[in-house]
Design a protein around this ligand. Structure first.
Ligand code: NAG
Ligand code: NAG
Ligand code: NAG
Length: 353
């Protein structure tokens, strides 16, 4: 609060990157949880309380800001990363009706994402108006009390978006959003952090600008046409920035259990393949110091669902161990979006500028 004006003004005036102040525990290997599929159920016992970074959906939190308050009361020093879909807009977003469906913005939306996510429409992020609208989401996150943002789907350069977007377009989007985030102060008094989601092709341009990364299937255990890409993200680790990594073993699912979670964990072969972490830099897996977790893999049909719900197996505790089922309540996901008021610290900083 007592930041001197002489410090802030030149920083903003010259456009130089602001000094990023992050929580002391926000470092490689930190234990984390991600649940963007359904809202946390704060009426139930929260678990795991030793996870110090939580990646939650921005618009679940805008509907239920008490989730943030509860999480902070149960886990002192927790960092809350707020996920939003940056590459696409979707009806469940709180700004869908108020922003993206406005007649003047409808031309910013292009093709649908692949099923089952075809309600989501690619955004023309080359357009500066679209970038401004996404900057608003970053500001919303800060006002809501998030410690960071996780903008998803920044790899539309390899999709049929309808706008022929390229890597440079997404690099510009992310560097612009990073300037916005780093100009904002969190309610805890740190810098609002911003991460890179997948998109290994962009690491060389973004690793010095962004503060962490969130990866899915970087070991390519699904053996799809993609390649394994964990090692591409080591530049983040080198700079003491955490890399949060998710693998999706099929055997973590038990359809008959709550949240379809097999509390015995992934089977031996899949546990080993998913959880192995390099013990030194330069290892063959490329995931030295990653924060590795296992989640349900989306099934072939609708009866198998739940990807990125509360079902999680933590690596490092051995096969059959480390499974937690974080309580969620999807019944409240569609509740009314609450207005977000500006935080005092934010206003103080804007005023100083
Ligand atoms: C929270 O962080 C502060 C500052 O790093 C530290 O002094 C304190 O011990 C931490 N509290 C807990 C409960 O970890
Ligand atoms: C960007 O989108 C806005 C809003 O739809 C539109 O008015 C503007 O002309 C677009 N800019 C460019 C350069 O296409
Ligand atoms: C649950 O996991 C255990 C151990 O990995 C496995 O033996 C069992 O078959 C799984 N259960 C289901 C229903 O898949």
């Amino acid at each position: 609060m007592k930041q001197s004006k002489s410090c802030i003004i030149p920083l903003l005036a010259t456009g130089a990157a602001a000094q990023v102040v992050k929580p002391a525990n926000f470092v490689p290997g930190v234990k984390w949880q991600i649940d963007i599929m359904a809202s946390l159920d704060i009426t139930k016992t929260l678990t795991p309380t030793d996870a110090l970074v939580w990646d939650l959906d921005l618009y679940h939190l805008q509907r239920h800001p008490d989730i943030i308050t509860t999480l902070r009361s149960k886990i002192p020093n927790v960092s809350i990363i707020c996920y939003f879909n940056a590459g696409l807009a979707q009806p469940s977003d709180c700004d869908w009706d108020t922003v993206w469906q406005k007649p003047e913005y409808k031309s910013l939306l292009g093709n649908s994402y692949d099923p089952p996510f075809s309600e989501e429409k690619w955004i023309n992020i080359r357009n500066t108006t679209a970038i401004d609208l996404l900057k608003n989401r970053v500001t919303t996150a800060a006002n809501l009390g998030c410690d960071g943002v996780d903008p998803d789907n920044i790899d539309g350069y390899s999709a049929d978006t309808g706008f022929n977007l390229n890597q440079q377009d997404y690099i510009k989007l992310m560097t612009t959003l990073a300037t916005t985030a780093h100009g904002l102060k969190t309610k805890r008094g740190n810098t609002l952090l911003i991460g890179q989601k997948n998109a290994p092709e962009l690491v060389s341009s973004l690793n010095s600008v962004l503060d962490f990364a969130v990866l899915e299937d970087c070991k390519n255990l699904r053996n799809e046409a993609d390649r394994a890409f964990c090692a591409d993200f080591q530049p983040y680790i080198t700079q003491n920035k955490p890399v949060f990594s998710i693998e999706y073993p099929t055997s973590l699912r038990n359809k008959n259990s709550p949240q379809q979670c097999n509390t015995s964990g992934a089977n031996s072969a899949q546990y080993t393949a998913s959880c192995e972490i390099d013990s030194a830099v330069g290892g063959k897996r490329g995931n030295f110091k990653f924060s590795e977790i296992l989640k349900l893999r989306d099934g072939a049909d609708e009866s198998e669902h739940g990807e990125l719900n509360g079902c999680t197996q933590y690596c490092g505790q051995g096969q059959g161990k480390g499974v937690v089922v974080t309580p969620v309540n999807e019944e409240i996901d569609g509740d009314e979006c609450k207005p977000v008021s500006k935080s005092f610290k934010l206003m103080a900083r804007e005023f100083a500028a």
